[in-house]
Design a protein around this ligand. Structure first.
Ligand SMILES: NC(=O)c1ccc[n+]([C@@H]2O[C@H](COP(=O)([O-])OP(=O)(O)OC[C@H]3O[C@@H](n4cnc5c(N)ncnc54)[C@H](OP(=O)(O)O)[C@@H]3O)[C@@H](O)[C@H]2O)c1
Length: 314
């Protein structure tokens, strides 16, 4: 991929896609091919084929997907299955057909078996029962990985698949109904600090361990692997380090300047006790996460405050 290559980032307004755009623009690229859902619905096969024939991208980052929290996944499985199958099938096929040189697909750590041994190695994919609440999403994503591998095997198409852990960063979703744990806690603690609330209640016992990767680190890994990795084998992308939800909450309390108490509501479900990726394959290739968690959360908090200020001003 040289500086004049034609690069298409699908889903460039999303958390991951916008980070990939930032990462590529930071090295001076100005010729990215970007097209939002309003202009190009990736579920529509004919429109996608026409787009690829017209724009002739050489490299594709496929960061468009239907993504959601546990509530959306468990109440709208038909949409998660249909949209993701359609988006990835259309994009991967049109990319191959129009002569794209390389495509990068995104799986997710949440599509590994529910009871996978920890830390999770790449070979554990498809070795056990999936988490029922996001089964439709997981099956669509697994089909995407399989499609990349099948196109590589049958047609020699250069497609690679990454398995990112839980991501956070600028562009995250802070809506308490649908957000992930880290942005949800940031918002809760921010509001509690502002209101001078005596305590913040956190769901569960606080003991489950989770891993978090800054989305700018993921974008850096994606660009690195696009340039340096050539295999159908999936690659985990994470920090290789986890912490308890209680430790995460304490860090967020410090960052938001909250000085009240933390109460853990053990009557609420904890989920799986530990979720951590084994990142030895990625580190063996020469890439390591760089953004320390507290620094990354601090930056995300500043982004959130700026966005709130912008909304209030407008
Ligand atoms: N977030 C995480 O923690 C995480 C972890 C592991 C893996 N991943 C993977 O990373 C990828 C991106 O996730 P994300 O968190 O960046 O999601 P996101 O913020 O929801 O972004 C998804 C993007 O896809 C676009 N999109 C959805 N349906 C489309 C359609 N029919 N046509 C065109 N564009 C469409 C969205 O466009 P609009 O803006 O118009 O809706 C949005 O820009 C997914 O494959 C996900 O599985 C994410």
């Amino acid at each position: 991929m040289d500086e004049n290559s034609r690069v298409f980032v699908a889903g460039h307004r999303g958390l991951v896609g916008s980070a990939i755009v930032r990462r590529l623009e930071a090295e001076g690229r100005r010729n990215l091919i970007l097209s939002g859902r309003d202009a190009l619905d990736l579920r529509v096969e004919g429109a996608v084929e026409e787009f690829f024939a017209r724009e002739r991208p050489e490299f594709v980052y496929l960061a468009a997907a239907k993504v959601g929290g546990i509530l959306a996944n468990s109440t709208r499985p038909a949409e998660f299955l249909r949209d993701n199958l359609a988006i990835q099938t259309n994009v991967i096929h049109a990319a191959w057909k129009s002569g794209v040189r390389k495509l990068l697909f995104l799986g997710s750590s949440c599509i590994y078996p529910k009871f996978a041994p920890q830390p999770i190695r790449e070979e554990y994919l498809l070795t056990g029962e999936l988490e029922p609440s996001n089964e439709a999403y997981a099956i669509a994503k697994i089909a995407g990985i399989e499609m990349c591998q099948a196109y590589r095997k049958q047609y020699g198409f250069s497609a690679i698949s990454l398995m990112p852990t839980n991501l956070y960063g600028p562009g995250d979703n802070f809506d308490l109904q649908s957000s992930h744990v880290l942005p949800a806690l940031l918002r809760k603690f921010h509001e509690a600090a502002k209101a001078g609330a005596p305590e913040v209640v956190i769901w569960g016992t606080g003991t489950p361990r989770r891993e978090f990767l800054h989305v700018d680190d993921l974008a850096d890994a994606a660009v690195f692997l696009m340039r340096n990795y050539e295999s159908g084998e999936i690659v985990n992308v994470g920090t290789g380090q986890d912490l308890t939800i209680a430790e995460l909450a304490q860090a967020i309390a410090r960052i938001t300047g909250y000085h009240g108490g933390l109460v853990f509501d053990a009557s609420k479900p904890d989920g799986t006790p530990r979720k951590l990726l084994d990142v030895s394959r990625l580190e063996g290739l020469g890439w390591k996460a760089r953004i320390p968690l507290e620094e990354g959360i601090g930056g995300t908090y500043r982004w959130y405050l700026n966005r709130r200020a912008g909304h209030t001003a407008s």
